[in-house]
Design a protein around this ligand. Structure first.
Ligand code: ATR
Length: 271
C-alpha cells in the first residue's frame, strides 16, 4: 500500500488559494493519494511553522505571498532559479536538508510556449518591480529576448531590481511608469498588484498597441482590469496568469512526487 502524502501551501492571506484544488486534480488523475491544505502563516511565524510542518510529516510545501523571500532565506539548498530570483515557492526536506526551488518563472515560460508566444529577440516590458517581477526575470532572460524593460511607479524600486541582475545590465532597461516610451514593446507583462487591490494603474500613454501580446500575472474568472483595458484598445493577443499558476503547480508536483501531471485544467474547473 502506498503511503498517503501530505502537502500544503502556506501564505497570508491564503483562503482563496487555488493550489489545493489544482494539486488534488493532479493527484486524482495520476491515481496518487494526497492531502493538500491551505494554511495561513504570518511572516513572524514562518521559520517555526515550516519546522513544525516538516516534523508533522508534510512531504512538500508551496510558499506564496508574502513568504517567498523568507523561504529563500530558510532553505539549506537552493536551485539555480531560486538563487537568481531570490525567491522560493517550493520546499521539501530530505535527510534533514531543506531544499528550495522557484517554479514561477518556468511555469510562466511553459504557459507562453503552450500559447505559442516566442520570446527570442523580443522587446519585453514588465510593469511592476516587486517579488513577482523578480521571480520571473531569470527565466525570461534565458529565452534570449532582445531586452527586458521594467516600468515602475517608484523608480528606486526598479533600480534596485535591476541591481540584482547587474550581470544582465546590457539587456535590461527601466522607465518610470508614467513616462512616454521611446520604443515599442512587443510583449507586455503586468506584474503589479494594482488590479488585485482595485487600484488604477497609470501607464505611459503610448504603451498599448494593437499588435502586441499582453500577459497579466493576475487572474480572475472574468477578465482582469488590465486585460479589460487591453481589449478596449483593440488588443487581441491577451492572457491572464491562470496558465502560469497551473504550470508552476505542476512543476512543484513533479519535484515532490517524480510524476508529471496533466496541466490542461480549464479555468471553469478552478474558479
Ligand atoms: P509582488 O510580490 O506581488 O510583486 P510587491 O512586492 O508589493 O508585490 O510589488 C507590487 C508591485 O506593484 C510594485 O512594483 C508596485 O509599485 P511600487 O513599487 O511603486 O509600489 C506595483 N503597484 C501596486 N499598486 C500599484 C498601482 N496602483 N499603480 C502602479 N503600480 C502599482
Amino acid at each position: 500500500m502506498t503511503e498517503l502524502k501530505k502537502f500544503a501551501v502556506i501564505g497570508s492571506p491564503i483562503d482563496h488559494s487555488l493550489s489545493p484544488k489544482i494539486h488534488s486534480i493532479f493527484a486524482k488523475e495520476l491515481g496518487i493519494e494526497i492531502t493538500y491544505e491551505a494554511i495561513n502563516v504570518e511572516p513572524q511565524h514562518f521559520d517555526s511553522s515550516v519546522t513544525r510542518l516538516f516534523e508533522e510529516g508534510y512531504a512538500g510545501l508551496n510558499v506564496t505571498l508574502p513568504l517567498k523571500e523568507l523561504a529563500f532565506k530558510l532553505a539549506d539548498e537552493l536551485s539555480d532559479d531560486s538563487n537568481l530570483s531570490g525567491s522560493v515557492n517550493t520546499l521539501w526536506k530530505e535527510e534533514g536538508i531543506i531544499y528550495g526551488d522557484s517554479t514561477d518563472g518556468k511555469g510562466l515560460i511553459r504557459d507562453l510556449q503552450e500559447k505559442k508566444i516566442n520570446l527570442k529577440n523580443k522587446e519585453i516590458v514588465i510593469l511592476g518591480a516587486g517579488g513577482s517581477a523578480k521571480a520571473i526575470i531569470p527565466s525570461l532572460l534565458k529565452e534570449d529576448p532582445q531586452r527586458i524593460s521594467i516600468g515602475n511607479r517608484t523608480i528606486s524600486k526598479a533600480e534596485e531590481l535591476l541591481e540584482s541582475f547587474s550581470s544582465f545590465r546590457d539587456r535590461m532597461n527601466l522607465f518610470q511608469m508614467t513616462d512616454n516610451l521611446n520604443f515599442k514593446p512587443e510583449i507586455l507583462i503586468n506584474s503589479t498588484s494594482a488590479g488585485i487591490k482595485n487600484q488604477s494603474l497609470e501607464l505611459p500613454e503610448d504603451i498599448l498597441t494593437k499588435d502586441m501580446c499582453i500577459y497579466d500575472l493576475s487572474y480572475s474568472f472574468e477578465d482582469t482590469p488590465f486585460l479589460k483595458l487591453a481589449k478596449s484598445k483593440g488588443i487581441e493577443n491577451y492572457h491572464d496568469g491562470i496558465g502560469m499558476l497551473i504550470h508552476q503547480a505542476a512543476l512543484s508536483f513533479k519535484i515532490w512526487t517524480g510524476q508529471v501531471p496533466n496541466s490542461s485544467i480549464s479555468k471553469d474547473e478552478l474558479l
